[in-house]
Design a protein around this ligand. Structure first.
Ligand SMILES: [Mn+2]
Length: 351
């Protein structure tokens, strides 16, 4: 199965161990060759730790690598450097039953080899201390380490794409679980192909598409609410004001701006609403989130005109955000009530 597209992809391998005598880096010509080299660096008695900063792309890549090492090393553990907080990612790990272990410095002695995916050693202090055998990533190349096997492709949209190519090169058909994880990794890192991505990302997506569990993927993608967030929906709906095609609402206190974003997206679903404007107090800041239908409108410009004099404000044509320290509003919003802040936002952002 000679797939020209693997051969085309240039492998970036560095460091002396990979170099010809003249010092020029030797590039494995194909994924198969790269895999052979990686396998050559590992021993069947090795206990391997794959370390990740756990976002979906990193989690999926780690389990793809684990699959590639199956029956080739004694054990493979996927270690995370911080707890997962994002609800979609917690849903991913729970529904796909992906075993993740928090990395503890004292337990590093339990492993013989360390591998890093979707990150580079100088990305954080924990990675920096670990003597890696291999790094496979798509972030911009940083020259901060000496690692025997390096495959970094900064132009790829996701590390999950790189691993989909490795699985194909190894002629391993990913399980439904692994395929679902990989496709979610590609979708999140490319923001559904709205952000930087390459033809390789699209090909990997296409290859994985009929191997995934679409219901599980959908549940992972929509799981961005905690039960307690439903109370903010009630508050937002009770306080809403509609003026022509604009819907405004204000929350008197929220722990972060995330829920304001979710509410702004939600309110834009109303079919004859063209603008949703959701504000709220987060700590000592008034946050304003604006969404519109994107047709001949500029949310970024509107929000700048409305709030740049008071704090930071900006964004794109269809999505924008302002953050205003409350102290800057001392002379503008005299009564410090939710209603007064809501009126201030409405006044500044009325057509
Ligand atoms: Mn990534």
């Amino acid at each position: 199965m000679a797939t020209p597209f693997f051969v085309q992809a240039a492998l970036m391998t560095t460091r002396a161990a990979n170099s010809k005598p003249d010092g020029a880096p030797r590039r494995p010509r194909s994924r198969q060759e790269a895999l052979k080299k990686l396998y050559g660096l590992l021993h069947f008695k090795d206990r391997v730790l794959i370390t990740i900063d756990p976002d979906p792309d990193a989690i999926a890549s780690a389990f793809a690598l684990r699959r590639l090492l199956w029956r080739r090393v004694q054990s493979t553990t996927v270690g995370i450097i911080r707890p997962i907080k994002r609800l979609n990612n917690l849903t991913m790990v729970r529904l796909l039953k992906l075993p993740l272990v928090p990395i503890k410095e004292k337990s590093l002695a339990d492993y013989d080899k360390f591998l890093l995916v979707d990150g580079q050693p100088c990305h954080n202090d924990i990675f920096r201390k670990i003597p890696y055998t291999a790094v496979i990533d798509h972030h911009p190349l940083t020259a901060c380490s000496d690692v025997p096997f390096v495959d970094i492709r900064p132009d790829y949209g996701a590390t999950s794409t790189i691993f989909t190519e490795y699985l194909r090169a190894a002629r391993i058909k990913p399980s439904q679980t692994l395929a679902t994880a990989l496709i979610y990794g590609i979708k999140t890192d490319t923001q559904n192909f709205e952000r930087q991505s390459r033809e390789e990302d699209v090909r990997a997506f296409h290859y994985l598409f009929d191997k995934i569990n679409h219901n599980v993927l959908r549940k992972i993608e929509i799981s961005d609410l905690a039960l307690k967030d439903l109370a903010y929906f009630r508050e937002a709906l009770e306080n809403k004001t509609v003026a022509k095609d604009r819907i405004y609402t204000h929350l008197q206190k929220t722990p972060s701006a995330d829920i304001l974003v979710i509410l702004a997206d939600f309110l834009l679903k109303v079919h004859d609403i063209s603008w949703s404007i959701v504000s709220g107090i987060v700590g000592n800041t008034l946050v304003v989130i604006v969404r519109n239908d994107g047709y001949r409108k500029d949310a970024g410009k509107s929000i700048q005109k409305a709030f740049a004099a008071f704090g930071s404000a900006g964004g794109h044509k269809a999505a924008a955000r302002a953050e205003i320290p409350l102290e800057n509003l001392e002379d503008v919003v005299l009564r410090k009530t939710p209603l007064a802040y809501a009126r201030f936002v409405r006044r500044r952002l009325s057509p």
